[in-house]
Design a protein around this ligand. Structure first.
Ligand code: G4P
Length: 535
């Protein structure tokens, strides 16, 4: 075999081994616990507890940010890579809680699948719904995990109906619980028909023991719990909710697993499903819709930029999702938008927020490029054969604030900081095309504003006063409609960096009223649309 053929084969094999996914969930549904249990089952940590400990260690080291420390939350999104059953699993963290931001959405542009974690007592909650909408727009395959089955919750059959009714995703259970929520004994694997009984280990620190049990013994030992599970399974078979690969890959059905991240019950089944069912990286479409083969020379795109993660170095890390070819540290790439060369001497793999140097990467992997201050979100980097991937959509903002400078002497610093933070996508900056110099910042989560003020003051020496603007919804519009809207009370027209016009409204109600009264006006929903070529 020639060297080239060998290299091509290596890329194909390595890509096939990769699984790159994110966990979407509402705060407290169990994402952190589950992440930790994945690492436990993969052997990446010897005992559960290490992830939280690591987070503690990190806080001691980095003031990115003091805010993080004060609030005990994590702002930086992290990438975990571990191997499991001869696969390389990349788990991208979606920042959650109060730090929900556009970054949370952008991470979803860089994964091939998502695990949706639901609390069995709560079902679909607000934040899951928002994240799910982004997954749906991208037709992303979703695996569902009904978590916290070790404690009282709702009937799983009822939850199946609710998931389908609320989000239009049809769950197809691959495991089914024996025992009610709060009295969790084990699961039946629907495809093999096998009953696996679990037993707890102390504090869930090590893998749960699993014992396959024959039906007769199950009936004898589990009594009513077994009877009930058998009836429910018969019902599921009768209504035909079985796993279907095609509709899963198209984001229409979702294989569902029941478990408890705390006691580890069901975690192995879920991790197996990530490897067995979630798709490996596929050739990605470029901005004109042409597929970039996996075996083409290296190409990737920036989905996140994080500045000053390490305060000692004042650095910028650009997170690049590899899409084709083999990445080798030190290679010189070309930046798609500018055609400029880009050196990758400082490539880092990220585990939590601890960095180690990475020497090579394949499609599906995430590379952290340090000192990448010229890169922007959505930028493509490629080797040899040019390609430009579609830009990452900016998302419909829901929060708005006017940004004023209390100290006019700091004008230069203010401008510089504003431009930099806009470029990093910390917030969206809207300007008044009619000349009001006060920019309006737009965001999807309040933390974005806090990060903005903090960084403007601390990194650029420009204090800023943010006053909440009374708007709560935005629509894309055109010049003709903007002229009409300027005459309408409670509407403000602003311009985005790309020149598009955004109409800000005080309420969705106003939008609905205007849409009804003026069907010819241009009031476009903002994004959450698949990028061109992803349709
Ligand atoms: P998040 O990242 O999605 O926000 O959730 P996280 O894993 O931090 O879990 C939130 C709370 O729910 C934690 O309890 C955690 O222990 C608990 N939890 C997670 N999975 C399960 C489960 O399967 N069963 C039960 N019963 N509880 C679960 P906490 O008291 O807030 O924190 P901690 O003191 O236990 O860390």
């Amino acid at each position: 075999m020639t060297t080239l053929a060998l290299a091509t084969e290596t890329v194909a094999l390595e890509a096939a081994r990769r699984r790159t996914f994110a966990i979407i969930s509402h705060p407290d549904a169990g994402k952190t616990t589950l992440t930790e249990k994945f690492l436990l089952y993969a052997g990446a940590v010897a005992e559960a507890g290490a992830v939280k400990a690591r987070a503690g260690g990190r806080r001691a080291r980095s003031d990115w940010m003091e805010m993080e420390q004060q609030r005990g939350i994590s702002i930086t999104s992290t990438v975990l890579q571990f191997s499991y059953r001869d696969h390389v699993v990349n788990l991208l963290d979606t920042p959650g809680h109060r730090d929900f931001s556009e970054d949370t959405y952008r991470v979803l542009a860089a994964v091939d699948a998502a695990v949706m974690v639901l609390d069995v007592a709560k079902g679909i909650e607000a934040q899951t719904l928002k994240l799910f909408e982004v997954c749906r727009a991208r037709r992303m395959p979703i695996i569902t995990f009904l978590n916290k089955y070790d404690r009282p919750g709702r009937e799983p059959l009822e939850l199946l109906d609710e998931i389908e009714a609320q989000i239009g995703l049809r769950p197809t259970p691959l495991t089914w619980p024996v025992g009610l929520p709060g009295d969790f004994r084990g699961v039946v694997e629907r495809r093999s028909g096998e009953f696996i009984r679990y037993s707890r280990t102390a504090r869930g620190a090590t893998a749960a023991e699993e014992e396959p049990i024959g039906y007769e013994r199950a009936a004898r030992e589990e009594g009513n719990a077994w009877l009930r599970a058998s009836e429910e399974l018969a019902l599921l078979d009768a209504v035909g909710v079985s796993f279907d690969e095609q509709s899963f890959l198209e984001g229409e059905t979702s294989p569902l697993f029941v478990g408890s991240a705390l006691t580890n019950f069901g975690v192995r089944h879920l991790l197996d499903a990530v490897v067995d069912l979630a798709p490996p990286p596929a050739p990605r479409r470029d901005a004109s819709g042409v597929l970039r083969p996996l075996e083409a020379p290296f190409a990737g795109f920036v989905f996140k930029i994080q500045a000053n993660m390490d305060p000692a170095h004042r650095d910028h890390v650009a997170f690049v999702r590899a899409c084709s070819g083999r990445f080798e540290r030190g290679m010189t790439l070309t930046q798609g938008t500018t055609g400029k060369p880009f050196s990758t001497k400082h490539a880092a793999g990220i585990f939590g927020s601890e960095r180690g140097t990475i020497d090579e990467a394949y499609p599906g992997d995430v590379i952290g490029l340090v000192n990448a201050s010229d890169l922007r979100i959505g930028d493509t980097l490629f080797e040899k054969v040019p390609v430009v991937f579609p830009s990452i959509p900016s998302f419909a903002p829901e929060l708005f604030a006017a940004a004023r400078m209390p100290d006019a002497n700091r004008y230069k610093q203010f401008r510089r900081g504003l431009a930099q933070l806009e470029r990093e996508g910390v917030v969206q900056v809207l300007r008044d095309p009619e000349g009001d110099p006060t920019p309006i910042l737009a965001a999807v989560g309040p933390m974005q504003f806090e990060v903005f003020s903090y960084r403007l003051r601390n990194e650029f020496g420009a204090p800023v006063e943010l006053s909440p603007a009374l708007y709560s919804a935005a629509r894309l519009t055109d010049k003709a409609t903007a002229a009409q809207l300027r005459e309408t009370r409670g509407v403000k027209i602003m311009e985005r960096r790309d020149g598009s016009l955004l109409a800000l409204f005080e309420s969705e109600y106003t939008i609905r009223r205007l849409e009804a009264n003026h069907p010819d006006w241009c009031l476009g929903q903002i994004l959450l649309e698949p990028a061109p070529g992803e349709r």
